[in-house]
Design a protein around this ligand. Structure first.
Ligand SMILES: CCC/C=C/C(=O)SCCNC(=O)CCNC(=O)[C@H](O)C(C)(C)COP(=O)([O-])OP(=O)([O-])OC[C@H]1O[C@@H](n2cnc3c(N)ncnc32)[C@H](O)[C@@H]1OP(=O)([O-])[O-]
Length: 287
């Protein structure tokens, strides 16, 4: 189901995009394809589509991306977001042609790239499915998905040495861990074999490697699993994980505990623990 995000694309300057070569899609996007995916439409799927420039991140593309993220963030049906590119390129970094003639005054005074931070502030878990070129990889990935903690295969289950989530304590109620604990696997980068996956994994940038033809399905299926949990509590878990990376250990632990306490104000925490004790599937209501 295409999401009707209407955008006015601006500024990008590849030869193929000038004149009649590049038209807006019916949904209004020039540089993205935005859809909902997964059997319940619970995954927001954003595909970068600027083939003339190998998905270089020009202003227009980033503006569309922000709008698409805003739309998914506000969409109660969507529980997780997947961002992908094409077989040839995930993204070629910032648009060199666009910034080639810029001055310091224009960059600093005009807050060049300021809007890139939006990706890092999305509250819903975001997965990058990376295939083809990912030039200036940390830039592209950090811009597109907040994944500094992906560390090879282990991070699929558990990023090491991180206070992960508001997890259940006394009683060992693991259902709540499931409600919130998909955060163990969220904020991932999945990659196809085509790019130098071994190197990316070695650098800790990638969570899991898939055959190229399975990559997107795997990313959507993972996002779907995350989305099947309590969206409210998953957002808390993400906040907690981010706090662990952005602050000291003590502050991260404090944030985690406060958020864990906060889960006790939700119906989903109660439902999760009850379902665990009753050995049944939890029915979360995002409340
Ligand atoms: C704080 C954040 C700071 C961020 C900094 C950065 O990210 S710095 C940036 C870091 N990024 C880089 O340094 C990457 C620069 N790119 C490359 O090194 C190569 O394109 C490649 C190795 C990715 C692919 O080689 P290949 O031989 O397979 O392909 P090809 O080279 O023939 O390109 C095809 C078309 O795409 C175009 N285009 C591609 N990238 C960009 C771009 N970024 N911009 C604009 N356009 C770009 C290219 O001009 C050409 O169009 P044309 O002129 O025919 O109309």
């Amino acid at each position: 189901v295409p999401v009707p995000v209407l955008l006015a694309a601006r500024g990008c300057s590849s030869a193929g995009e000038r004149g009649s070569g590049r038209r807006e899609r019916p949904s209004g996007q020039r540089f993205l394809q935005v859809q909902k995916a997964g059997s319940k439409g619970s995954v927001g799927l954003i595909r970068l589509q600027r083939p003339q420039a190998l998905n270089a991140l020009c202003e227009g593309l980033m503006a569309e991306l922000r709008r698409a993220l805003d739309a998914f963030e506000a969409d109660a049906q969507v529980g997780a977001i997947v961002i992908t590119g094409s077989d040839k390129a995930f993204a070629a970094g910032a648009d060199i042609k666009e910034m080639q003639g810029k001055s310091f005054q224009q960059c600093y005074g005009g807050a060049f790239l300021a809007g890139w931070d939006r990706v890092a502030t999305v509250r819903k878990p975001t997965i990058a499915a990376v295939n083809g070129y990912a030039v200036s990889v940390p830039v592209s990935l950090r811009a597109l998905c907040r994944v500094p903690h992906a560390r090879g295969r282990d991070s699929w289950r558990s990023p090491p040495a991180v206070p992960i989530t508001p997890s259940p304590g006394a009683g060992g109620t693991q259902r709540l861990t499931r409600a919130v604990g998909k955060s163990l696997a969220m904020e991932m980068v999945l990659t196809g074999e085509r790019i130098s996956a071994a190197e990316a994994k070695a650098a800790g940038l990638v969570s899991k490697v898939f055959p190229v033809d399975k990559l997107l399905d795997a990313a959507i299926s993972c996002a779907e699993k995350i989305a099947s949990n309590s969206k409210l509590v998953v957002a808390m878990a993400k906040e907690s994980v981010n706090a662990a990376f952005e602050t000291t250990l003590a502050e991260g632990n404090r944030t985690e505990k406060r958020l864990f306490y906060a889960t006790f104000a939700t119906d989903d925490r109660k439902e999760g623990m009850t379902a665990f004790v009753e050995k049944r599937k939890a029915n979360f209501t995002d409340s």
